[in-house]
Design a protein around this ligand. Structure first.
Ligand SMILES: [Zn+2]
Length: 356
């Protein structure tokens, strides 16, 4: 019997082994963990609505970035970062994610004396402890450059990334460029990003998140990034162009697509208008991701389900989407083939017919 004709297992999406490639640490903090952080800092008087967008609710992109400022006030000490990292990893593992690339901007905090290095070390410690606890998930870290910091901070981050790239045995794999897309200029980041690339670090760049950024987008694309975050306005309707689409297609640069994030931050008007439709229709490498599962109150299984239901994907198409995501991870070919083995091992159980 063809898998297509079998009934959907109720927990199909949860059991589907998944790869998560676009997850910001502070945006991925669940409401449970947030409660623990709030309890430690009652003076801040932060409450749930300030750090999470509930079902059916929306905010502007600007408001979303303001939420991050609030979250950052709750994660100011190395022990906060360690707890948050471990909780986020556990939650992804519980959701059936087998390989995770977490990204975060190294942050120093004058109020607590936490240095950027201590911040990074806390994340790496969290990853290490989860490994020691035998969690069924392989976790890597991408160091993020926040556009707000400008070129000086970007250069420092690249320096830090290079150090950890050499000392962490394949845990720090690359760099991300993110933050408020209305701030900073792409040209300021070209030199440090190119420097990182030359050192062997991979690049995952947020691109064309807002309309009418053609020049900047082309500038960043000319770096030949290894993956693109969002790429919402690459096409002509949003001030992008056919040239940009052709470039991305020609170089087969994979896209990290985050449906709920784009809907809730209102850069895409509705699920059915999401650019997943276009890129999927031309079979362009695309990976379903959460972006900020905490802030946007979602999880990866749900994002797969939303994509399947919105774009009428069959079970085997969903499977292929997840399986092909392995191609776009930043870890080695060896890890890639290990993951493919895992996926093939887990596949039969996913298609067992339920008899109740
Ligand atoms: Zn993002």
């Amino acid at each position: 019997m063809e898998a297509e004709q079998q009934p959907w297992k109720p927990d199909f999406y949860m059991e589907l082994p998944k790869v998560e490639l676009h997850a910001h640490l502070n945006g991925s903090i669940s409401s449970n963990t947030m409660k623990k952080l709030m309890a430690k800092k009652p003076d801040l008087k932060v409450h749930g609505q300030m750090t999470m967008i509930d079902k059916g609710k929306k905010r502007t992109l600007e408001e979303c970035f303001q939420m991050f400022q609030i979250i950052h006030q709750l994660t100011t000490r190395p022990e906060d970062i360690l707890m948050v990292t471990k909780d986020v990893i556990k939650e992804f593992a519980e959701d059936g994610v087998k390989y995770l690339e977490l990204r975060s901007t190294p942050r120093g905090e004058n109020s607590t004396g936490m240095t950027k290095k201590a911040y990074v070390e806390s994340i790496l410690e969290g990853i290490k402890q989860c490994k020691q606890e035998n969690l069924d998930i392989d976790v890597r870290y991408l160091m993020a450059i926040d556009r707000r910091g400008g070129p000086t901070v970007a250069k420092e981050t690249v320096k830090l990334a290079k150090e950890f790239f050499l000392s962490t045995e394949d845990t720090v794999l690359g760099l991300d460029l993110s933050g408020d897309p209305t701030l900073g200029q792409a040209k300021d980041f070209l030199e440090p990003l190119l420097d990182a690339k030359k050192a062997g670090l991979k690049l995952a760049l947020h691109l064309a998140e807002i309309p009418n950024k053609k020049k900047e987008t082309q500038m960043l694309l000319d770096l030949l990034p290894d993956r693109i975050g969002h790429g919402t306005f690459l096409n002509s309707s949003g001030g992008g162009s056919l040239d940009l689409i052709d470039f991305v297609r020609q170089h087969q640069i994979p896209l990290e697509l985050c449906l709920t994030s784009n809907i809730k931050s209102q850069t895409v008007p509705s699920y059915d208008k999401h650019h997943f439709r276009f890129w999927y229709s031309i079979a362009h490498p695309s990976v379903i991701c959460t972006d900020d599962k905490g802030v946007f109150s979602t999880y990866l299984s749900q994002e797969y389900q939303l994509a399947a239901e919105t774009f009428n994907l069959t079970q085997s198409q969903v499977w292929d989407l997840s399986y092909e995501s392995i191609n776009y991870i930043f870890a080695s070919d060896n890890t890639r083939s290990e993951l493919r083995k895992r996926w093939n091992h887990l596949k039969p159980g996913l298609y067992e017919v339920n008899h109740f």
